[in-house]
Design a binder for this molecule. Structure first.
Ligand SMILES: [Zn+2]
Length: 372
């Protein structure tokens, strides 16, 4: 049953991953002393071209990524052609943000500097030079409203108006680009590289020794639609380059059943600040070593227009609760969880179906490449 792939907490998810990994490849661990959440990763095959599927960068997105990896191991890993595994090494990195999963937070808590750090805004940033940290003044315009006192009707309408007003001047979209100014603001990138960031990059560094190419996909939820009436779950592959870019073409040539979302604004550099996919590219890509990166996104937004409003509002409400009451109100928490990781069984099943399509197409195409 597909439900068996999902878990209730990090410990259970990790246990399932280890059991499913048995006999299917080489299991390694990234461990940091004093850090509770070790990161297991499994390598299958011996090729010099690396294909990495990572999960759990954002804790609030729940156990979809973990479930997709468990499904892959259980249903698909035993049938991978030898030719594919001679050319490629497939790696599953299980749950980068264990603390976030266990505590149902998108972010990680920075115990040294304070604040909630979004790991996907924390990668590849030069934190040594504090005066040169990336700026996002457009975010500032929304900060106070997003973190204002929770009020379902009034606050929702205010955010709705704000969105209406700032849909075309780039302010609304800039909210999620990342910022390094408000430790309890949304999409905060932090003051220093987080432990999870260092662990993830040490795994990649290790794997990249002697590699000839890297294809890396992160498993996420939250972008796109979940149509409850039709029980339809959308899937997107989010790339951080315009349509004509080599990275975008690599994935669109490979995938038919997954919609590719390109970023037309990312002409002179990445739109998102401190995200993993751009960091990997900057870290490893050379003219001789191609790096292709993307995030796979499962849709959760029931109402296409209201969904981003509710999501931003829930994130802001959770911060208001934390700052003013020391803990998140159960209702805020339920809203936050539901909007990123729906409990609906049809969503859970649909999400895994979409992941199955992605893996199937990807490994079929890579097998063709390996046979050439
Ligand atoms: Zn995410």
């Amino acid at each position: 049953m597909f439900q068996d792939y999902y878990s209730e907490n990090w410990y259970q998810a990790t246990d399932k991953f280890i059991k499913n990994a048995q006999g299917r490849g080489v299991l390694r661990w990234c461990v940091v002393s004093g850090h509770e959440y070790d990161i297991p990763y499994l390598t299958i095959g011996n090729g010099e071209n690396l294909v990495v599927i990572n999960s759990g960068v954002h804790g609030i997105e729940g156990y979809f990524g973990s479930a997709a990896q468990n499904m892959f191991l259980d249903k698909m890993a035993d049938n991978l052609p030898t030719k594919l595994l001679d050319e490629y090494k497939i790696v599953l990195v299980h749950v980068i943000n264990g603390w976030g999963m266990q505590n149902r937070m998108r972010e990680v808590m920075d115990k040294t500097h304070g604040g909630l750090v979004d790991l996907n805004r924390n990668f590849g940033v030069d934190f040594d030079n504090k005066s040169a940290l990336p700026q996002n003044p457009k975010y500032d315009l929304a900060h106070d409203l997003l973190l204002s006192r929770p009020d379902k009707i009034k606050k929702k309408n205010q955010i709705k108006e704000f969105r209406q007003k700032h849909l075309r001047d780039g302010v609304w979209s800039a909210i999620s680009y990342g910022q390094y100014k408000h430790p309890y603001g949304l999409f905060y990138g932090g003051m220093a590289p987080m432990t999870e960031n260092k662990m993830a990059l040490s795994i990649y560094d290790n794997l990249m020794c002697g590699a000839k190419s890297l294809t890396s996909i992160g498993l996420h939820t939250g972008l796109g639609r979940f149509n409850r009436k039709r029980a339809y779950v959308s899937s997107h592959l989010l790339v951080s380059h315009p349509k004509q870019h080599e990275n975008t073409r690599y994935f669109s040539d490979m995938l038919r059943g997954t919609e590719i979302v390109s970023d037309e604004l990312a002409v002179n550099g990445p739109t998102l600040l401190g995200d993993l996919v751009d960091c990997l590219e900057a870290r490893y890509a050379t003219p001789k070593l191609p790096v292709y990166t993307a995030d796979f996104e499962i849709g959760t937004g029931e109402f296409p227009i209201m969904s981003p409003i509710y999501k931003r509002m829930d994130m802001g409400d959770a911060r208001y609760d934390l700052i003013n009451h020391g803990k998140i109100n159960p209702q805020t928490w339920a809203n936050l969880t539901e909007s990123w990781y729906p409990s609906d069984v049809r969503w859970r099943a649909g999400a895994l179906e979409r992941a199955h399509i992605l893996f199937k197409e990807m490994f079929e195409e890579l097998t063709k490449k390996a046979q050439r």
